[in-house]
Design a protein around this ligand. Structure first.
Ligand SMILES: NC(=O)C1=CN([C@@H]2O[C@H](COP(=O)(O)OP(=O)(O)OC[C@H]3O[C@@H](n4cnc5c(N)ncnc54)[C@H](OP(=O)(O)O)[C@@H]3O)[C@@H](O)[C@H]2O)C=CC1
Ligand SMILES: O=C(O)[C@@H]1CCC=N1
Length: 267
């Protein structure tokens, strides 16, 4: 299989490296198109694939073209891509917000799959929601699904509009988790720990607690109850969170991300 990746930043390279790790593509068959000189020099030094800086007829060789530039950068490349693209090539877009119909229209091309991964894809521990234009046949869909699964797990969604919710929940989700971890580390520092000690306490707590979610046969409410003794310390913290409407704020934030994804689709 020959793959071209347009935009080789965080996510483009998470995909590229996962494919290489599982031998789903050979380096010689991996075309990396990266505009940033600094980044493309680094990619050349890493020898991850064939690195070029612009879209040219070389892209016409690829079976699959992955679009992993920022949504705002799509319009600048669409003309060059429309010129070079061949009818049998499959496009996989991971750009937040941009609907399949817009990509089809701008590129004058039908075979478009749209996916929303997240950064743990860098470790093969991502989760990706994806959907496809009705013109994409099962063979191509399976091929792309196999590639996505090299970055972690995946979930196929019939309804494209749910991809904006995937973006808000799991696409952006890692940042919410880091935000929470950062606040807990800050609390540790304010209580007198060095950053490194606070960080160790928090990170190991999050790791252990995560595994309990997955292994203990208990609901999240039961897991909370198992920590929060009547009249104890956890209860004091949870009461303060409730007063500050922390859960509602988190939910509102996630919905704001969904709204932004929908706005991006219209810009
Ligand atoms: N980061 C995340 O957690 C996730 C991101 N996404 C989506 O993935 C996409 C990429 O995000 P991310 O990897 O974080 O972004 P990055 O900024 O890390 O990577 C994008 C790269 O594309 C380059 N680029 C821009 N225009 C072109 C062009 N015309 N030709 C070639 N390269 C180009 C950029 O260069 P320069 O910097 O010079 O502009 C940059 O190096 C976005 O659309 C985002 O919505 C999806 C899921 C999760
Ligand atoms: O913040 C963003 O727009 C992208 C999409 C999901 C994660 N990062």
């Amino acid at each position: 299989m020959k793959i071209a990746i347009v935009g080789c930043g965080n996510m483009g390279m998470a995909f590229a490296k996962s494919f290489l790790q599982y031998d789903l593509v050979k380096k010689d068959n991996l075309l990396l198109i990266e505009k940033s000189i600094e980044r493309s020099e680094a990619l050349k030094a890493e020898k991850t694939g064939v690195v070029v800086d612009t879209i040219s007829s070389r892209i016409s060789d690829a079976d699959l073209i992955i679009l992993s530039v920022k949504p705002q950068d799509f319009s600048a490349l669409q003309d060059a891509l429309r010129e070079a693209i061949q009818p049998q090539q499959v496009i996989l877009s991971i750009m937040a917000g941009i609907p399949i119909s817009a990509i089809q229209e701008k590129l004058n091309h039908r075979l478009v799959i749209r996916a929303m991964p997240n950064t743990p894809a860098m470790l093969g521990m991502g989760i990706t929601g994806f959907t496809a234009a009705k013109e994409v046949d099962l063979t191509n869909l399976r091929k792309v699904e196999n590639l996505i699964n090299a970055t972690g797990r995946s979930i196929f969604l019939e309804d494209e509009s749910m991809l904006d919710a995937v973006t808000a929940l799991s696409g952006s989700g890692p940042a919410y988790f880091y935000y929470l971890v950062k606040a807990m580390v800050e609390a540790g520092k304010q209580m007198g720990f060095d950053e490194s000690v606070a960080s160790l306490l928090v990170k190991q707590t999050m790791l252990g607690a995560f595994h309990l979610i997955n292994t203990a046969d208990k609901s999240l409410d039961d897991l909370i109850k198992a920590v929060a003794s009547k009249g104890g310390t956890t209860e004091a913290a949870l009461k303060r969170f409730e007063e500050g409407e922390l859960a509602d704020t988190l939910i509102a934030g996630i919905k704001a991300a969904q709204v932004r994804a929908t706005e991006l689709s219209k810009s």
